[in-house]
Design a protein around this ligand. Structure first.
Ligand SMILES: C[S@@+](CC[C@H](N)C(=O)[O-])C[C@H]1O[C@@H](n2cnc3c(N)ncnc32)[C@H](O)[C@@H]1O
Length: 493
């Protein structure tokens, strides 16, 4: 008769089989243990690991719950449970499981790394920074980890740290293109020269992202070739065509640029790059009535992280103060219900907060709206276009403000009409625009619109407003020079 091996021996052999990838042998031993009474304590964990290796996350989670019912704080089944949740695509449950595990085992580098990579895979790059930093303390020499940490640092607004991580990643693995391209990207943003993009293209000449990065580091004459290659590699994506078009414009090759912009528009009909405005600036199409919603939201989603610093620090932005001063001089005092249309990160909301009984914000850009919410001065912040949003909030406000927002809209008739709808009787609409010459509105070389005094007056009359204040002002500088603007306060009967 065959002698039965002990439970301990069977378990240790089964785990060894699993480690070596011999799942069938491990399963056989696990089966032989299933009849033992009392049930061996480590058996549910073993069964959980087997199911996990077989890609059966749901079954694994069932076994592991039994294991954790016996030993709730045991690290190996907790880690396996987190992995089982991820295997089932249960991301929230997975993240919760990693957090629970890390509360018990705060130095477990593997769990920090898997949690960080999970955030990277979910494109929540900033959330990956802390977990990846923790794991990089232990795994100092893993190139993919340092590259992901660079991505996380970049998304957290730490470009210098990101550059350092990408630099370490390329030293650890000089044969992979992506960390070079990433390094080149942050160096470009930091205004640092380098050859990283060139190395990326040498390693991966068929990678369009590397071509694009290299093109952006080169003078226009040489960049053309890189963007043309990117277009060849990704003919159905708008970005390489757009970059090619922008470069052709700077080189004065406007006819070719116009053809390229047409292609951008056909690939991206929502027009997130602003190709319609670009064509109009070239005189190749009529001036559109406004910037597309997709373009404004893409622009400000990119800008959200550095907006406050850039506007207040570099551009000397005074829009909120100008509006507040205009309101005071027009005799508008609180408390009142205010809508901040195009609220951005909330700078204007902050300025008018002392007048507010209720303060709501609207913005096209989700990332700007997130920043406005985080400021904590608004009762609500909605993501949407101010025209339909205002039109849908009939007689809800005493004051609507729009600081430095209407520069993205040429034809203001729909805006005035919607603001009038959103206002209660005797309400006010206060805004700033860039000041245009002559009649009507014009599209400027910057891609923003300028409006003439006479246009604002005429439209106010046509939409049932009286003009309480309309005067020249300056809300911003551009390349050091003041940008001529207008402050306008309209009032409805
Ligand atoms: C220059 S920022 C000004 C932000 C804010 N008003 C301030 O004074 O700081 C312009 C903002 O207007 C938003 N915006 C532009 N057009 C919009 C529209 N049609 N509907 C809603 N928001 C818009 C942009 O997304 C951006 O956040």
């Amino acid at each position: 008769m065959k002698e039965q091996i002990s439970v301990e021996q069977a378990l240790s052999q089964a785990f060894a089989h699993l480690d070596a990838g011999r799942i069938e042998q491990a399963r056989k031993l696990a089966r032989s243990l299933e009849s033992r009474r009392p049930e061996p304590q480590a058996l549910p964990y073993l069964l959980g690991l087997i199911s996990l290796k077989e890609g059966q996350g749901k079954k694994a989670a069932q076994h592991l719950s039994r294991a954790l019912a016996k030993t709730p704080d045991a690290v190996p089944p907790m880690l396996a449970m987190a992995r089982a949740q991820i295997q089932q695509n249960r991301l929230i449950e997975g993240i919760t499981a990693y957090r629970r595990l890390l509360a018990v085992a705060p130095d477990l580098a593997v769990a920090w790394r898997e949690l960080g990579d999970l955030h990277i895979a979910g494109q929540d790059f900033a959330a990956a920074a802390m977990p990846l930093r923790r794991s990089a303390r232990v795994w100092t020499a893993l190139a993919p980890l340092r590259n992901n940490l660079g991505i996380a640092e970049r998304a957290s607004g730490n470009p210098e740290r990101a550059a350092e991580e990408f630099r370490i990643a390329v030293i650890l693995d000089p044969s992979t293109a992506k960390p070079y391209a990433n390094l080149a990207g942050v160096q470009r943003k930091l205004g640092q020269a380098g050859r990283a993009a060139e190395f990326a293209v040498r390693i991966a000449p068929e990678d369009a992202a590397c071509r694009i990065e290299y093109g952006q580091s080169l003078p226009d004459e040489a960049a053309i070739e890189q963007f043309a290659e990117a277009v060849r590699l990704l003919p159905d994506q708008a970005e390489p065509h757009w970059l090619l078009g922008e470069t052709l414009v700077r080189l004065g090759r406007t006819d070719e640029a116009a053809v390229t912009y047409d292609r951008v528009l056909s690939l991206d009909p929502a027009d997130s790059f602003g190709a319609q405005l670009a064509l109009a600036k070239l005189g190749q199409s009529a001036v559109p009535e406004r910037a597309s919603a997709a373009h404004v939201s893409a622009l400000y989603d990119q800008y959200a992280g550095s907006f406050d610093q850039d506007l207040l620090g570099n551009l000397d932005y005074r829009g909120p103060e100008v509006i507040l001063d205009g309101l005071r001089r027009a005799g508008i005092a609180g408390p009142c219900d205010i809508l901040d249309a195009g609220c951005g990160t909330g700078l204007a909301g902050l300025a008018v907060k002392p007048l507010a009984r209720r303060l709501d914000g609207i913005d096209l850009s989700e990332k700007m709206a997130d920043q406005a919410r985080a400021r904590g001065v608004y009762d609500s912040v909605a993501v949407g276009d101010l025209v339909p949003e205002m039109a849908g909030r009939s007689a809800s406000y005493d004051l609507v403000i729009a600081a430095d927002v209407l520069i993205y809209l040429g034809d203001l008739a729909p805006v005035f009409a919607a603001a009038r709808t959103a206002l209660r009787a005797a309400g006010h609409f206060a805004f700033t625009v860039e000041r245009g010459e002559g009649e009507g509105y014009t599209l400027q070389p910057t891609g923003r619109f300028a409006h003439a005094d006479s246009y604002l007056r005429r439209l106010a009359g046509e939409t049932g407003f009286s003009v309480t204040l309309l005067e020249p002002t300056v809300t911003r500088r551009e390349k050091g020079d003041p940008v001529p603007g207008l402050l306008c306060v309209l009032s409805r009967p």
